[in-house]
Design a protein around this ligand. Sequence first.
Ligand code: ADP
Ligand code: MG
Length: 227
Amino acid sequence: MVKIEQLHKSYITGKNSLHVLKGIDLYVEEGEMVSIMGSSGSGKSTLLNILGILDTYDEGSYYLAGELVRNMNEKKAALYRNRTLGFIFQQFNLIPFKNALENVALPLYYQKVSRKKRNQVALEYLDKVGLKDWAHHMPNELSGGQKQRVAIARALISKPKIILADEPTGALDSVTSYEVMNILKEVNNEGITMMIVTHEHDISEMTQRVIHLKDGLIEKNITNRHN
Ligand code: ADP
Ligand code: MG
């Protein structure tokens, strides 16, 4: 599903250049659930942004679902993001003035699905994450865990092949973190590939494989046999 070879990325600010990814090789099979770990500043978000076609890379290659992601124009990148990728963020990124149902339905609005149909489908996805009764609540009326479940439903509604999650439990207490991780596991059991950035060991323990980033390289790649 993901094939990355000798990937390099530097950030250039003014006269300074910061070499963040220094030759990453990474293969992720369809249906895998992997976590990416590493200390703060090790390049986890940089890698995830490249995977999500939210940022470009300098050298190497990145194949997503068999297609080379390189010099994609914004239109094609957007198409890929909408059809193949789902995103989950630490801070949920819900739209504050839209209720839970409208937040989940938003990707279908951009796909020009009628209001009636998108609300119907959004309710099914809210039900899937256990929040059917909260459909008409605004984000500020929801707990952190509920907000993240709304965000998961929103990511799922466009039927992505891969979900990319950047510290999805980073703003949650441990009980809620496990609840959210269990939902992500259920989603993965349905065949969706899952890549989760985290710096929490107990979260990475819940994935099948842990990729450790250090100094811009993959330092370790550990399979959790119990998952
Ligand atoms: P992590 O997610 O592992 O904490 P990041 O990928 O966010 O790490 O950042 C890796 C390094 O790149 C850090 O030193 C960070 O300051 C730097 N960095 C991240 N984004 C940018 C940017 N847009 N411009 C310049 N430097 C950046
Ligand atoms: Mg980060």
